[in-house]
Design a protein. Sequence first.
Length: 367
Amino acid sequence: MSAMLRSGWERFMAQRWLIWVLVAVGFVLAFAIPEYNLFNKYVQLVMMYVGINIILTVSLNLVNGYMGEFSLAHAGFMAVGAYTAALLTQKVLPIAAYPELFPLAILAGGLMAALLGLIVAVPSFKVRGDYLAIITLAFLMIVKSVIENIDFIGGPRGIPGIKRLTTLPWVFFWVVVSVWVVRNFVYSKYGRGVLSIREDEIASELMSVNTQRVKFLAFMVSSFFAGIAGGLFAHLLQFISPRVFDIIKTTDILIMVYLGGIASIGGSILGATAYTVLLELLRPSTVAAMLAWLPAVVFDPLNEHFIRHLGVWRMVIMPLLLVLVMLYWPRGIMGLREFRWFIPRRDLDAHHRPNVHGGSHDAARGH
């Protein structure tokens, strides 16, 4: 009986129409939740941060996962998108009179990040491995330093008072767009080139793959969506400064990528969701609210010696989580697997075959 139920569940989860039903239900809920207050404001805020982190994780996974490179510049592209969108809504576009212009600001932030992504890619992809990581880290530091030294854009003080324009429907829309674009890119002819570069770049060149063009295009797509996420982030947080986009932010995104599983869109979604929710659960106020039912004789010393200090310790716990994942769970939650919905029919058989390392993609199990 259990085998029959499992088989039936797998067949149901394999249905292609199910993903479109989930997207439609997601859009309905994205509009209904804030309209009818189905969840409180705090939960809605967390849901939007989850969506923004999914965009960041899916886009970085394109470079660090599918292409096998190691970029540390994602927070820099996020900063470019955030500052571009914020400056447009604050100083250029008449957002107060025409709030419908907000998507233009977000799109401009993504395009500016993509342009800088191309500029960074030209010198970066002349090298690989550790050297690429150093160059992209240098770019992140350059972006942060430039922003800190331009008074017109707030300097080290940042930009306060940004209008709250990011909503749950807009976040969900860009999540769907980012997942759809990256999925179609990965399974396109350029995506084949990306995967071949990860396995053997020299062999790819011998097989007439234009590796430079493929790298540039993948990096631009990745940086574009980092800029989109930055614009949404700025108009949700309502304040941005150079300190928000430092190496810690890049570390957060890396943790989400490797926690979910490299080269897996489904893993990126799960990793971003799990990491964001875990961060919120480790907030002192959240833990205190969850343990408020305890008797005062137990709660008071617990709060005094442990809960109140979680704000400091969670910044230690999360990087430690990345170390533990890399040591004991290097393939993350999804490993080499993928949700069947994200795999074109023509590629399903390839995911049944063993990969070059002797593992199995086993994507058709509906994980």
